[in-house]
Design a protein around this ligand. Structure first.
Ligand code: ADP
Length: 168
């Protein structure tokens, strides 16, 4: 069985991510979308919440699972018997760091290949950071995140803004 992992922060999952998920899931028997936990970085959503949002979005894709991990991705791939990491490339700016990561991951786990999918031209501008900015200004998020999670993102932004307001 061919198993691939699509790692990232997914804070939150965007239409750009979903585009990569759909295309990659057509290439493998199983695709695991893995939220990589970075304890130094506090996100809009906790890692568990991000997994929950991804699950909502991929509910209709039978060979896609969501998970989170705080171990090295090369080690996580070994545990899951995955042979491929999937990465999305939006622009040349993504390329340098992603190639460096691919070389390191293959050093750590020689059986692990990294596959790059070029972003759909519709989503080259899209990142989770842009989504958070748009949500902050009350923009319609339907063009940026899957509709199943629009309300959750808006609600969390209101909660965060409320907290910030109270803190002064
Ligand atoms: P970001 O926070 O910048 O959105 P993530 O760490 O969540 O990024 O991204 C996970 C993976 O998805 C990375 O391989 C990244 O290059 C890719 N990715 C992110 N946004 C897009 C997009 N709009 N189109 C294609 N790939 C993307």
């Amino acid at each position: 069985m061919s198993i691939a992992i699509y790692p990232g922060s997914f804070d939150p999952v965007t239409l750009g991510h979903l585009n990569i998920i759909k295309r990659a899931s057509a290439c493998f028997d199983k695709l695991i979308v893995c939220v990589m936990v970075n304890s130094k970085k506090h996100g809009m959503f906790t890692p568990e919440e991000r997994v929950e949002l991804i699950r909502r979005v991929v509910a209709k894709l039978p060979n896609v699972e969501a998970d989170c991990s705080s171990t090295l991705i090369a080690e996580y791939a070994r545990q899951k018997r995955a042979c491929t990491l999937v990465k999305g490339l939006r622009a040349v700016s993504d390329f340098e760091q992603e190639v460096q990561m691919a070389v390191i991951n293959r050093k750590l786990n020689p059986r692990l290949e990294t596959m790059f999918l070029a972003s759909s031209e519709k989503y080259t501008y899209l990142s989770s950071t842009i989504v958070k900015e748009m949500a902050r200004y009350g923009a319609d998020l339907a063009d940026f995140v899957p509709r199943e999670i629009v309300d959750a993102v808006n609600q969390r932004m209101r909660e965060l803004e409320g907290t910030e307001g109270k803190e002064g």
